[in-house]
Design a protein around this ligand. Structure first.
Ligand code: C2E
Ligand code: MG
Ligand code: MG
Length: 622
């Protein structure tokens, strides 16, 4: 046995360092181990023992030689065992003190007379005296870092492992590299194919499985079913309760979907709040119907998110291959179209694809492409809707509402594109254009001698959170020449839900500058309203869903009264939005709304038509 060659002779000029290396106990104090940069870092981390990452798996039980072993013997060992990449050297106590690396050592003996010169010398003078010595629990990542920090020199010779300071085995740096690469590849594969939040397969893996399933079903003459699930109003939860809440919600929904599916069905997260399920062997549409109804049922139970009970519904669409489409992309578009149809029917519903359904994804994709050009091509316009102060019957302001004059589709209202520009980030430049254009128009009206009115502009959360938002608004106001108090920014409740500081500072800055601030669509957020006290807000615009049918739905009157009471207690002005009839106007007024806006007076109009309308309106009033 080679290990019997180990002797007690450690008399060497490097003895001090070697003994330090060798005798350092695992929990030695730092002063004693600082002499070796490698050991220092190793021992610090070695308490983290994880079977998956420990070097034990890589270890090679190469027997050691002692420090006084003759070089000739070591050479013979290398010659007898061609796979031996290195030999560890230990002292009399079986503590490793060095390593002899095959290539450099064998090379030494190729030279003429080398054998005569070196054979009788002990291995002590030829070994690498600064081997990487690690404790058996050291992780592979730790060793990799040590090797890299040491300039890769140990990549060739490898490293020695000990248990309680005793020689245990050696491993090749190359094995380590292979191990790390394989592990990285596995984790890269995981990263590329699984959603990190829900741990479900992601779009890439899902499409891959869908493709395979379609090919197989074609061969076996079976059917593939695709279910497309989208959470209803997820954005509201995300905006009002914060992103971590949204994340937890997605995880909980993912779990519930997995619970609804059977073994062999792939549940995937496609993106955001979109999930899909792949059934690779369905007999008929009935199979899909059963699954989708099971999901709708399962979603009726509340989810526990961060200590709260949350109810969320989903809209589901399904499609089947080959009848609905025999290509994966097409099948996805069809299931998405069916899902969109479920949304349109009022959400919390399920639809199977039928020919003729609007292919929403495709439409959305082309719209997004067109939207990217729309600003340069001057295709946006602002329409203006008047706001009336009921006590005087005068128009005191106008809300600027964006329209898109699409070259082929004609005039489009925001419902067709606002979500896309918000999600794509285009809202930042387009929103800036809206403020500029609204201020420009305001200045024209001021100069034309019309009675002073205020211009209200809608602001999306993403715009508001731009770091230069305040500066941008202030400079537009100054350049346009309008009075800051003639501009009102309409923010949604969700903007105010975020952390107080990041919202308060810009709001205060804008307010101190003179700009008015309103909360739009008030009452639809999921807020606890405490933010109203904290922020410098001037007006609440009560959402039209409470004003609409206020005359036939008593609960709406109660809600509007409550909002008015709340607003008044904070000295806020109250605007009723979406007033269409006299009856709605009167009820809104009796509830305490001072301002109204809605079709009862005028639909949003282009600037020139609004001027005509204003003239007529003031003529009637006087
Ligand atoms: P909003 O700010 O709440 O605007 C009021 C919406 O209600 C407008 O829809 C308006 O046309 C409509 N409306 C007003 N009175 C009535 C009524 O009596 N009956 C009915 N049925 N509807 C009425 P519009 O113009 O389609 O805008 C929809 C939403 O799009 C706006 O809701 C606003 O949130 C957003 N939006 C519009 N323009 C912009 C913009 O420039 N920037 C941003 N970020 N959002 C905008
Ligand atoms: Mg608005
Ligand atoms: Mg509104």
């Amino acid at each position: 046995m080679l290990s019997t060659l180990a002797s007690s002779n450690s008399n060497n000029k490097n003895a001090r360092m070697m003994s330090l290396l060798a005798n350092t106990p695992v929990d030695a104090d730092e002063a004693s181990i600082n002499e070796s940069p490698y050991n220092t870092s190793i021992h610090k981390r070695s308490n983290r023992i994880d079977d998956n990452t420990t070097i034990l798996r890589l270890l090679n039980n190469t027997p050691s030689v002692s420090e006084d072993t003759l070089c000739l013997l070591v050479l013979e060992l290398f010659q007898q065992q061609p796979l031996l990449f290195a030999i560890p050297v230990v002292n009399h106590s079986n503590i490793p003190t060095g390593i002899v690396e095959r290539n450099s050592f064998v090379e030494l003996f190729i030279k003429p007379y080398a054998k005569e010169l070196y054979a009788k010398k002990t291995i002590l003078s030829f070994m690498n005296k600064t081997p990487v010595i690690v404790d058996k629990g050291t992780s592979i990542d730790d060793i990799a870092r040590i090797i890299v920090d040491a300039g890769m020199q140990h990549m060739v010779s490898g490293f020695i492992a000990t248990t309680e300071g005793q020689y245990l085995g050696i491993a090749n740096g190359h094995n380590l590299l292979t191990e790390i690469t394989q592990r990285k590849q596995a984790s890269l594969f995981h990263l590329a194919h699984y959603d990190q939040l829900t741990k479900l397969p992601n779009r890439v893996l899902f499409l891959d499985r869908l493709n395979v399933a379609i090919i197989q079903s074609d061969r076996q003459k079976t059917h593939v079913g695709l279910v497309f699930i989208d959470l209803d109003k997820f954005k509201h939860f995300n905006d009002s309760m914060g992103h971590s809440f949204g994340d937890e919600l997605l995880i909980a929904v993912a779990e519930r979907l997995v619970g609804c599916s059977r073994e062999g069905e792939t549940v995937a997260r496609l993106s955001g709040d979109e999930f899909t399920i792949l059934l690779d062997n369905v007999k008929s549409q009935r199979d899909l119907d059963i699954l989708c109804n099971r999901i709708l049922d399962a979603m009726k139970r509340p989810l526990q998110i961060m200590g709260r009970e949350v109810f969320i519904t989903v809209s589901i669409g399904s499609a089947m291959s080959p009848q609905d489409d025999d290509q994966s992309a097409g099948l996805l578009v069809k299931a998405d179209a069916a899902m969109y149809e479920a949304k349109r029917s009022g959400r919390n519903a399920y639809r199977h694809y039928v020919p003729g359904m609007n292919l929403y994804s495709y439409e959305r994709m082309t719209l997004e492409t067109d939207l990217r050009m729309a600003l340069e091509r001057n295709e946006f316009e602002l329409f203006y809707q008047p706001q009336v102060l009921l006590s005087t019957g005068k128009v005191v302001g106008n809300e600027a509402l964006i329209r898109w004059r699409h070259p082929e589709r004609g005039l489009l209202a925001p419902i067709h594109f606002i979500e896309i520009i918000e999600e794509s980030g285009l809202i930042v430049p387009i929103g800036k254009w809206v403020i500029e254009e609204a201020c420009r128009q305001q200045m024209i009206w001021m100069k034309s001698g019309l009675e002073p009115m205020c211009m209200s502009v809608n602001i999306s959360a993403m715009q508001f959170y731009q770091s230069d938002f305040c500066e941008m608004v202030k400079s537009i106001v100054m350049e346009s020449g309008i009075q800051p108090e003639h501009l009102e920014l309409e923010l949604t409740e969700s903007v105010c839900m975020h952390d107080v500081i990041s919202v308060l500072n810009p709001l205060q800055e804008l307010h101190e500058f003179g700009i008015k601030l309103a909360i739009d669509d008030f009452g639809t957020g999921f807020s606890n309203l405490s933010y109203l006290n904290k922020f410098p807000i001037d007006r609440l615009k009560i959402d039209q869903s409470f004003i609409r049918n206020i005359d036939s739905e008593p609960v709406n009157i109660e809600i509007v009264r409550a909002i008015v009471a709340l607003g008044r207690s904070m000295s806020l002005e109250l605007v009723a939005e979406g007033v269409e009839t006299d009856s709605e106007m009167n009820l809104a007024e009796s509830c305490g709304c001072e301002f109204v806006q809605g079709y009862r007076f005028s639909k949003p109009l282009p600037a020139d038509q609004l001027e005509l309308w204003l003239n007529q309106f003031s003529a009637i009033q006087s």
